[in-house]
Ligand binder design. Structure first.
Ligand SMILES: Cc1cc2nc3c(=O)[nH]c(=O)nc-3n(C[C@H](O)[C@H](O)[C@H](O)COP(=O)(O)OP(=O)(O)OC[C@H]3O[C@@H](n4cnc5c(N)ncnc54)[C@H](O)[C@@H]3O)c2cc1C
Length: 386
């Protein structure tokens, strides 16, 4: 067992906070640096699948997490004319919860475990021998540094760990709008639904996020300048989804556009997930497009897996090697299948419906998409969570 020491963590997102809890629970002193002034700035929604509920159960906060979200009964995939192409019950991913709610509970849990969280603290650099440098010029020493500083990680880049970065041809913008009494009445009639509508190379995905909010993602190709615009170009989107005019108008009117920006999706692969005393995790190590809703899931699974590996192995080098051996294959499986699912966007309409439906008729395909959701994360109890 590696003796507990001191950890400095860059980033108080899903990965950084779960690493903080996992290490603090195992006797480490932990300090988390978050460059934002507040922890809970972004208000978008997260699909909570079984692997994530197991993590929250292992951390003892599952009931509080679920109390702030909403249960979804089914996923409807529609074509541009509004016809339902596929209707699936949401067995494994039936909760939608706002990022704000999850991050604030993880932060509280990390502080209860003894971790210190410093907001407005930007990490400028870290070295494999265990030094971390802040923007303020201050240098701190650590036995373990966790780079959980997101998709544009400065620590990862300073270590030249990137093996491959694939920029997808598509990207998206996510926003949250208020939920009206009419939306809620529809739920009461037909059950709560996540709607995913495809038309040519544009996609609208929306879903209740809580009793009072709807979470929306608009995705399109990078070359589609009209669809990429923020605030949203109502006419461009209405042309593709004529039956969704009222929703598109609400998105244009009710979104806080200062908080939203269109981002191009990317998939990253590192040569190695660690260097000396630095472990890289979450989007910093393995970013993926959002189609299977597992980016945060893998960030949290790999963060808890890191704390377990460090606790079990005789020294840090063995721990980091074992951690990567254990967690990396599933992460790369999800990255691969996320890209395959996302490729549906470039298919012609008739083939798109067939491809979307294939999931229902080919159990092997459905199993590939849901492998991460069904996985028992390292450090979690195999007993059912609910
Ligand atoms: C449109 C879209 C929809 C998505 N939907 C889902 C979904 O439904 N389910 C799901 O599981 N995933 C989803 N994801 C993916 C998910 O958001 C990410 O995979 C997840 O946020 C990664 O967590 P993380 O902790 O690695 O990084 P982040 O959540 O990005 O956290 C990184 C943190 O580090 C901070 N930081 C950055 N640089 C520094 C620095 N130098 N010093 C200090 N702090 C720093 C940032 O401010 C941030 O708080 C979606 C992504 C997109 C783009």
């Amino acid at each position: 067992m590696t003796s507990p020491g001191h950890a400095e963590i860059a980033g108080a997102g899903f990965g950084g906070l779960v690493a903080a809890i996992g290490l603090a629970d195992r006797g480490w002193t932990v300090r988390v640096h978050e460059r934002r002034q507040v922890l809970t700035a972004e208000g978008y929604g997260i699909a909570i699948q079984d692997n994530m509920t197991r993590i929250f159960a292992a951390l003892g906060i599952l009931d509080e997490i679920l109390a702030g979200g909403i249960e979804i009964d089914r996923r409807d995939s529609l074509n541009g004319s509004g016809d339902v192409v596929l209707r699936l019950k949401t067995g494994l991913g039936r909760y939608r919860i706002s990022r704000r709610h999850i991050v604030s509970l993880l932060a509280r849990r990390a502080q209860e475990a003894g971790a210190e969280i410093i907001t407005g603290s930007t990490v400028a650099d870290a070295t494999p021998d265990g030094n971390i440098e802040l923007d303020s010029g201050e240098i701190r020493r650590a036995d373990l540094i966790v780079a959980a500083d997101g998709i544009n990680s400065v620590i990862r880049d300073s270590l030249s760990l990137m093996e491959r970065r694939v920029w997808q041809k598509e990207g998206g913008v996510r926003m949250v709008i208020p939920r009206t009494p009419e939306d809620i009445a529809t739920d009461q009639r037909d059950g709560t639904a996540m709607i995913e509508a495809w038309a040519n190379k544009r996609r609208i995905l929306y879903c209740p996020n809580s009793q009072s909010e709807i979470y929306v993602i608009l995705t399109c190709m990078e070359s589609d300048k009209a669809a990429r615009k923020t605030p949203v170009d109502i006419e461009a989107w209405r042309q593709s989804f004529p039956k969704m005019g009222p929703l598109i108008e609400r998105i244009a009117r009710d979104t806080d556009w200062d908080e939203c920006r269109w981002v191009r999706f990317q998939t990253t692969r590192l040569k190695c997930w660690s260097s000396g005393r630095i472990a890289v995790l979450g989007d910093a190590a393995h970013a993926m497009p959002p189609y299977l809703g597992q980016g945060a899931g893998h960030a949290m699974m790999n963060a808890l897996g890191l704390a377990v590996a460090v606790d079990e192995a005789p020294d840090l080098a063995c721990a980091l090697a074992e951690w990567e051996r254990r967690e990396r294959p599933l992460t790369e499986h999800t990255q691969r299948w996320t890209r395959i699912y996302g490729a549906t966007i470039i298919l012609p309409e008739w083939l798109k419906s067939l491809a979307i439906n294939a999931e229902k008729h080919i159990p092997w395909l459905a199993a590939q998409y849901s492998r991460a959701a069904k996985h028992l994360p390292t450090g979690c109890d195999p007993a059912p969570t609910q």
